[in-house]
Design a protein around this ligand. Structure first.
Ligand SMILES: [Zn+2]
Length: 214
């Protein structure tokens, strides 16, 4: 388990194993929640980040895979937000499309606020732009903090490559299009869904477009 403070308002929680990175934004919002199968580790990580369970009032899921949203169940009173196409997975507890069985878990049906491209989500003083980012899955989104240039990327782009496109709703051509779209933004840091933070955001996006297979 590793916790890392990023700027003034973001903590990165890495529980290890197959769990996605979890980001705490401005002490009240989570971007993704991991599998939820490491509840104790998540508790300790939140403590290190100086927040308690009750302070988490909203969760934004970057996409509908179990390693990113299985942990939603640990925050029953929080409002869940996700892209329209990902919301179906959450509301129907779609264990097939979320690949819950790969992780030995299962989803519970959950209400969800449906997001679309160009929506804005708020966490206390932080404002994040929603960018629809299909390719790894049809309902993938990125979140962009214009002020700091921080991009929450989900499984779109990693330090050593990009998200796989062979799962349900995945599409290589769409992923390349998404990266072109992301290259229009002045990205400073990329906070990916797995692995390490990327410091040279925009340059890394441009390099990755060149290597993508579609
Ligand atoms: Zn994924």
């Amino acid at each position: 388990m590793k916790t890392l403070k990023i700027g003034d308002n973001i903590w990165m929680l890495s529980l290890g194993g197959v769990d996605s990175n979890i980001y705490v934004v401005d002490g009240c919002m989570l971007v993704d929640t991991g599998t939820g199968l490491r509840a104790k580790e998540l508790d300790s990580a939140l403590k290190e980040a100086g927040v308690s369970h009750d302070e988490i009032t909203s969760i934004v899921n970057t996409h509908g895979h179990f390693d990113h949203l299985g942990g939603n169940v640990l925050f029953e009173s929080a409002t869940v937000l996700a892209h329209d196409l990902c919301a179906d997975v959450i509301e129907n507890a779609d264990n097939m499309k979320s690949y819950a069985h790969w992780f030995g878990g299962s989803l519970k049906k959950r209400g969800c606020v449906r997001l679309k491209d160009k929506d804005i989500v708020r966490a206390n003083d932080t404002t994040l732009d929603v960018i629809h980012a299909p390719g790894h899955s049809d309902g993938s989104i990125c979140l962009f903090d214009k002020k700091s240039g921080v991009l929450f990327a989900g499984d779109v782009i990693f330090k050593n490559g990009y998200g796989r496109t062979d799962l349900s709703g995945g599409d290589g051509a769409k992923l390349r299009h998404t990266l072109r779209k992301l290259s229009q933004f002045e990205v400073n840091k990329i906070l990916p869904g797995h692995g390490e933070i990327i410091e040279d955001g925009s340059a890394h996006i441009r390099t990755t477009i060149d290597v993508i297979r579609a």
